[in-house]
Ligand binder design. Structure first.
Ligand code: TRP
Length: 409
């Protein structure tokens, strides 16, 4: 699995570079584009040194699994990867892998954008029938945000309910809070990583400086460690070489460039990755949906009425100023937030394509797209709320107890 990109990565891609080049800013803490159509993802692939998820790879995945890929892959919402070919090849040789993803629990309220990696991960778990570990980085949020350790820890458990409500299989899934799970083989794995990353490297990759608290400095090793099966002896029976696939948003890639760089020096396999694009803010694709900007977000707890109001009031329109002009020149799907959201959540390819054509030609007005979107989002959130209400403390506890899963290693 050795590739050249990772050894270069530590030196070459530094946070802050983007700002100098007037490029899009994409790092674990900021996403900002100066373009109306949002981040230039092809450029990002070049800058980060990852590979595009193209038709050839999609066909390869479909051949290996015997089933059509999820529309997130089909529509380029997951658009970039590292080492997917190698992972698929191993899967075909019946060598098992596992999935790893995570969430930083910074607020009670999760929004639609937060669902994206978990929807993808659930599809991967169902399709490949593999173990899944989900890291809740309450430590990270405590180190970075203005909240108490107790509060960050509590939020881990609240967010775990939303994650479980996405439909993960209890027999195949281990969810953990860093505060709780720290220790043992996980901590040993963290220390192995820490010893192999210098301050200069961490500062270069993540933009830390002499003013940063020392917890931040060492946190990247904590997010890296679950990429190695040595962190989970109860699942992998002590095996340290089970390969890992990480679905995540592209802003998390710096952590995993670092991880892939140290892996060979530890004798561990490099994790494979698939990266998603960002879920745009209601105000438009220049930035992503953010829980700290309530008007930019549709929350999973929103009522049907507030979804309707928010979409109607805030969803940026790619339509023309007057109906007359719109009929004549048509709408712009690339900037229209309602259309962009439909790409994430309207599963029917034909219907989506028809909407695209009819909006671009001017036949459909923005109001129609908004109405379609409102209905879909109301359904998604109300179903999510129903499932979440069924997730008791007892269920959370079971998911979060270190234990053997249904797989033998
Ligand atoms: N740092 C991520 C966040 O703030 C949380 C996270 C931890 C994560 N491990 C991960 C995300 C693995 C994706 C994959 O949300």
């Amino acid at each position: 699995m050795a590739t050249e990109e990772s050894t270069k990565a530590m030196e070459d891609v530094k946070i802050g570079d983007a700002a100098k080049e007037q490029d899009d800013i994409v790092d674990p803490w900021n996403v900002q584009s100066s373009s109306e159509t949002g981040v230039d993802y092809d450029k990002l692939i070049k800058r980060f040194g990852s590979s595009k998820i193209d038709d050839a790879l999609i066909q390869r995945i479909e051949k290996a699994t015997g089933k059509p890929v999820h529309h997130f892959l089909r529509r380029g919402i997951f658009f970039s990867h590292r080492d997917m070919y190698a992972l698929i090849e191993m899967y075909e040789k019946k060598q098992p892998f596992y999935l790893y993803t995570g969430r930083g629990p910074s607020s009670d309220a999760m929004h639609l954008g937060h669902l994206v990696p978990f929807i993808m991960t659930k599809w991967l778990q169902d399709t490949f029938d593999v173990p899944l570990v989900i890291q809740l980085t309450d430590d990270e949020k405590y180190l970075w945000k203005d909240l108490t350790d107790e509060e960050a820890h509590r939020l881990s458990y609240e967010n775990a309910k939303d994650i479980i409500a996405c439909g993960f299989d209890e027999e195949k899934t281990f969810i953990f809070s860093d505060f709780d799970y720290m220790g043992g083989e996980f901590y040993k794995t963290i220390c192995r990583i820490q010893r192999r990353v210098t301050n200069n490297q961490a500062w270069g990759i993540f933009g830390f400086n002499g003013e940063s608290n020392i917890g931040k400095n060492s946190f990247p090793a904590i997010q890296a460690a679950p990429s190695f099966s040595s962190s989970f002896p109860h699942i992998f029976n002590g095996r340290t070489n089970v390969p890992c696939l990480i679905p995540c948003a592209i802003d998390q890639d710096p952590y995993f460039r670092m991880t892939r760089d140290v892996a060979p020096r530890l004798g561990y396999p490099k994790p494979a990755l698939i990266h998603s694009k960002f879920f745009p803010a209601l105000q438009g694709p220049k930035t992503k949906m953010s829980a700290s900007e309530p008007n930019s977000s549709i929350f999973l707890t929103d009522t049907a009425k507030s979804i309707k109001n928010k979409v109607n009031k805030y969803a940026f329109s790619g339509g023309r100023d007057t109906t007359e002009e719109h009929r004549k020149y048509g709408g712009n799907c690339d900037v229209d937030v309602s259309f962009q959201y439909l790409r994430f959540f309207l599963e029917d390819d034909e219907k989506l394509e028809k909407i695209r054509q009819d909006y671009a030609s001017g036949e459909l007005l923005t109001g129609f797209l908004k109405k379609e979107l409102i209905e879909i989002l109301q359904k998604i959130t109300s179903e999510h709320q129903e499932r979440r209400a069924k997730v008791t403390e007892e269920v959370v506890k079971r998911f979060m107890t270190p234990r053997k899963l249904k797989f033998d290693f």
